[in-house]
Design a protein around this ligand. Structure first.
Ligand code: PMP
Ligand code: GLN
Length: 388
């Protein structure tokens, strides 16, 4: 007699998590041959000189493990950039860690400091990777609303939410999915709220170089009082149009970086060697690339918005990121998840429904479109959207 039985699976550690919306919408776009403005990635390539440096290192045998914390020349280039842009002098040896994308850095930072019973303040709508990481660490997200259309944090609400269990506040500027940006006044408010507290900060700055209309990115690294308690995360994928390379970094004071690295070394150990070496060269040789990025993407934003002027969607041009929110309240009352699906299948254009980034979604009727696309793609997208 066969006495074997299937194991009873334990309850899910992430019972409310399904497949991320980016995978769902890109899959649906591919299945239906739709223009994919959903998941955020450029439809053009990264700089040729950068790709050539990767080939250079690939062909010369730089194909074994990189140092656990990152290739020294890349860590130094990151420290140099942070000093020149934000005036923060960091020790590349102890305060800069290269990671396999911004996603890994966010995860490691959260695992490094969040404990069972801790609270983490997150602003809604929020990028989808924060909360699962907090829950895996045994913590709980306290989600504070940033209402449309301004999508700004309410610092009075933060003051009310702060308590002795608040381990971490997650900020994200420029903000995905809304495109809003933090101002110097926001950093002032944050600074005064945290002055007498031990609460730490996690600042998701992966779109630091994609900010418009002459605004300056308000990196937490500009403020010593904030930087001394912050993990600041960025991603080369956004800056160099190479999202598939999955390379990012975390800048944090030595004591926080030490804890961060204890996690990073067992999540991934080290990130891809030839790409790190190539990025180090490119950062040193082509600082103009990231300095010109605001203009580069502002032109795309403006083109996309101009083309949509005749549509039935309403919008405020994004202040940063390569995402544009479009409000469809004048078109119909369908829930955004259904509309995004239907537009993909019936109209051939894929977007991201914004309600998925909330704990308790308001009825805002907005979809997110990625404009990191060639002009021809933007024109085709606008044609489809104007016909709706
Ligand atoms: N944070 C935000 C707000 C993002 O939009 C992204 C991009 N997907 C990431 C983090 C992750 O970056 P990466 O692709 O480098 O993992
Ligand atoms: N950050 C990208 C976006 O917002 C997607 C990244 C991912 O697919 N994980 O679209």
């Amino acid at each position: 007699m066969n006495t074997r039985r299937s194991p009873v699976l334990p309850a899910s550690k992430l019972p409310r998590v399904g497949t991320t919306i980016f995978t769902v919408m890109s899959g649906l776009a591919a299945e239906h041959g739709a223009l994919n403005l959903s998941q955020g990635f450029p439809d053009f390539d990264g700089p040729k000189a950068l790709r050539e440096r990767v080939s250079h290192y690939l062909d010369r045998g730089h194909n074994q493990y990189a140092p656990m914390t990152g290739v020294p020349s890349l860590r130094q280039a990151i420290a140099g950039k942070v000093a020149s842009l934000y005036g923060r002098v960091t020790d590349a040896e102890t305060e800069v860690t290269v990671t396999s994308g911004g996603t890994e850095a966010l995860f490691c930072a959260i695992q490094a400091v969040v404990r069972p019973g801790d609270e983490v303040i997150v602003f809604d709508p929020a990028y989808d990777s924060y909360e699962p990481a907090v829950e895996l660490a045994g913590g709980r997200c306290v989600r504070l609303a940033m209402p449309a259309p301004a999508y700004r944090p309410d610092w009075n609400a933060v003051a009310d939410a702060l308590n002795d269990r608040t381990r971490l506040i997650v900020v994200n500027s420029p903000h995905n999915p809304t495109g809003s940006v933090l101002t110097a006044d926001d950093l002032d408010a944050l600074e005064s709220l945290l002055a007498d507290r031990d609460t730490l900060l996690l600042s998701d700055e992966v779109y630091e170089h994609i900010i418009f209309d002459g605004a300056e990115h308000q990196s937490l690294l500009r403020r010593p009082a904030l930087a001394e308690r912050a993990f600041v995360v960025s991603s080369f994928g956004k800056t160099y149009h190479v999202t598939g390379w999955k390379i990012g970094y975390c800048v944090a004071p030595a004591a926080l970086s030490a804890e961060f690295r204890k996690v990073h070394q067992y999540v991934t150990f080290a990130s891809i060697t030839p790409v790190q070496l190539a990025l180090a060269d490119f950062l040193a040789d082509h600082p103009e690339h990231h300095l010109q990025l605001p203009d580069f993407y502002q032109q795309k934003r403006d083109r996309f918005c101009e083309l949509l002027a005749g549509s039935r969607f309403t919008f405020e041009p994004a202040a940063g990121t390569y995402f544009q929110l479009l409000n469809y309240a004048a078109i119909n009352e369908e829930p955004d998840v259904e509309l995004a699906r239907r537009l993909t299948i019936e109209h051939g254009i894929a977007s991201i429904p914004v309600s998925v980034f909330y704990q308790a979604p308001p009825v805002d009727r907005v979809l997110r479109f990625c404009f990191a696309k060639d002009d021809a793609t933007l024109e085709r997208a606008a044609e489809l959207l104007c016909a709706i």
